[in-house]
Write a protein that binds this ligand. Structure first.
Ligand SMILES: [Cu+2]
Length: 224
């Protein structure tokens, strides 16, 4: 007990000085776009650039600190069904799930603060006790969603310190979807609001069997 408390404390100290990881780039169709060109850059100082958000009630949960505004981020045109990839500065190394979300802007993605409804369309949960810890995550824009501009959000949830606040690693890209369909995605949720301290996937102790039957937090995954 003493040893594990000491280890946990050491891990926390190591973390606070070494930094973490951040999704900073998006690629589509084999083209890896420039850093922060289409991904909103958080407004943290550089030494905190790749740090997490931990406050469940904060609007920073949407698109990271300072991510409610575009701040010059451009909007990437994608076709519904297109494969895309989010790249990190450093491969994810805290165990936990990675998820993808989208929220339709009432107008331009560049003007949108993410205050509307979000749907989730992909989860990378555990397979057995293994987590998909990677330096890039690839998925497809859902084929059936309506054309328009969206925030495309990726979230990795670090649940590596049971008992301490889980860590959200988040970035949003601005995309314009063309060639889509007419399905209204559901279920949806607001952010903040989609994640609760009582979510089983939030409090799971992954070192004590919590990875089996693990439920990724957030709304159910939408499929076309
Ligand atoms: Cu970290």
């Amino acid at each position: 007990m003493k040893v594990s408390a000491l280890l946990a404390a050491t891990a926390l100290v190591a973390e606070s000085v070494s930094g973490h990881y951040i999704f900073q780039q998006i690629g589509v169709g084999g083209t890896k776009h420039a850093l922060w060109k289409y991904v909103r850059k958080n407004s943290n100082p550089s030494w905190l650039q790749n740090g997490p958000v931990t406050d469940l009630s904060s609007k920073d949960l949407r698109c990271n600190v300072g991510g409610l505004a575009s701040n010059g981020t451009e909007t990437l045109t994608v076709k519904a069904g297109d494969s895309f990839t989010f790249y990190l500065d450093t491969a994810v190394y805290h165990v936990g799930p990675t998820s993808l979300y989208m929220s339709k802007a009432p107008g331009l993605a560049a003007d949108y603060d993410g205050s509307g409804q979000w749907f989730k369309f992909n989860d990378w949960g555990p397979s057995g006790t293994n987590w998909n810890l990677a330096n890039a995550y690839t998925s497809n824009i859902p084929k059936c969603i309506p054309d328009g501009e969206y925030l495309l959000r990726i979230q990795q949830l670090g649940i590596h310190n049971p008992g301490a606040a889980p860590q959200f690693y988040i970035s949003c890209a601005q995309v314009k979807v063309t060639g889509g369909g007419s399905t209204t995605p559901s279920p949806t949720a607001s952010i903040p609001g989609a994640f609760k301290a009582s979510d089983p996937g939030f409090t799971a102790n992954v070192y004590a069997g919590g990875a089996s039957n693990y439920v990724v937090p957030g709304p159910k995954v939408f499929k076309c």
